[in-house]
Design a protein around this ligand. Structure first.
Ligand code: MF3
Ligand code: CO
Length: 285
């Protein structure tokens, strides 16, 4: 057995070492996991991701306006596709590793990656996650919201609200020159305090130049630092919080739909963030 010593950060040939480089190298030399250069976005790249996020937010605002009992999840998929392409963008899920639709729609006990369908009709009391990801001029953004169809039970409402709080608390815990591990630690504490569990098999992720980049952003307490967070990094936080067990399985019928093992409800909220000198800034408002 040996421990992997990461040597991720490089000074490009012919460039002077800056104070920023020096600060990263200090962590690297201490054996911490540091980002690769590609994970730290330039101001131009951040602008590109921000513009992608504007379209992504427009999609979610449209869904928020239109979603209602009696519509199918395929209706949501059409809204997402039409809005996205009419704004010069591409829905990132469409064709991604064989995913057949433009958006993920995940109802009640479905944790994530639900596939829109003509025969799946939204009903009063459902809690629905709509997960939208957009490519604009090659830049990726990714965000999801929960929608409550009409009135639901107080317990499902509380799950939706606490999950949103988990996202906000996780984002507040992410500090420049802190670590990815701070995020999941804060989220898990809040979820457990409220009697809920945190899904472990799916995570947030770096995003921007690709749909899924490093680092993996766990939403539970891994008891590890994880990757160093430096200004310019762009990533999602997207906690999936369950009413019962944290254990999930993938529906064999389609190979995508993630469902809670006990079939109790699950909720998820997601934003894309950029790390600044002062903490995270949301790119998907
Ligand atoms: N939007 C999901 C995420 O938050 C990824 C979905 S992959 C897909 O990372 F293929 F199902 F769209
Ligand atoms: Co995501």
């Amino acid at each position: 057995m040996f421990r992997r010593i990461t040597r991720n950060w490089r000074i490009p040939k012919g460039k002077e070492k800056t104070a920023f480089d020096e600060r990263i190298l200090q962590f690297q030399n201490r054996g911490e996991i540091v980002p690769t250069n590609r994970l730290v976005k330039t101001p131009e790249q951040i602008e590109g991701i921000r513009n992608s996020g504007v379209v992504n937010t427009g999609v979610l605002d449209l869904v928020e306006k239109e979603i209602h009992a009696g519509m199918s999840t395929a209706d949501i998929d059409r809204l997402v596709y039409d809005y996205t392409v009419s704004h010069g963008a591409i829905p990132a899920p469409l064709g991604y590793e064989g995913f057949p639709k433009s958006v993920c729609t995940s109802i009640n006990e479905v944790v994530c990656h639900g596939i829109p369908s003509e025969t799946e009709i939204l009903r009063e009391g459902d809690i629905v996650n709509v997960d939208v990801s957009t490519i604009l001029n090659g830049y990726y953004s990714d965000a999801s919201r929960m929608f409550i169809i009409g009135e639901t039970t107080p317990e499902k409402k509380r799950l939706v609200d606490v999950t949103k709080e988990c996202l906000d608390i996780g984002a507040a815990a992410a500090k420049p020159w802190g670590f990815v591990g701070d995020i999941g630690k804060a989220i898990a504490k809040h979820a457990h305090k409220n009697g809920f569990s945190v899904v472990r098999d799916l995570c947030g992720h770096g995003v921007g130049l690709e749909f899924h980049e490093e680092p993996e952003v766990d939403h539970y307490d891994t008891h590890r630092h994880g990757m160093l967070l430096v200004p310019g990094m762009v990533f999602t936080i997207e906690p999936m919080i369950n009413m019962g067990t944290w254990r999930v399985f993938i529906d064999e019928a389609d190979g995508w739909t993630v469902v809670t093992e006990d079939e109790l409800p699950s909720a998820q909220w997601e934003h894309t963030f950029v790390m600044t000198d002062h903490g995270l800034e949301v790119l998907t408002y």
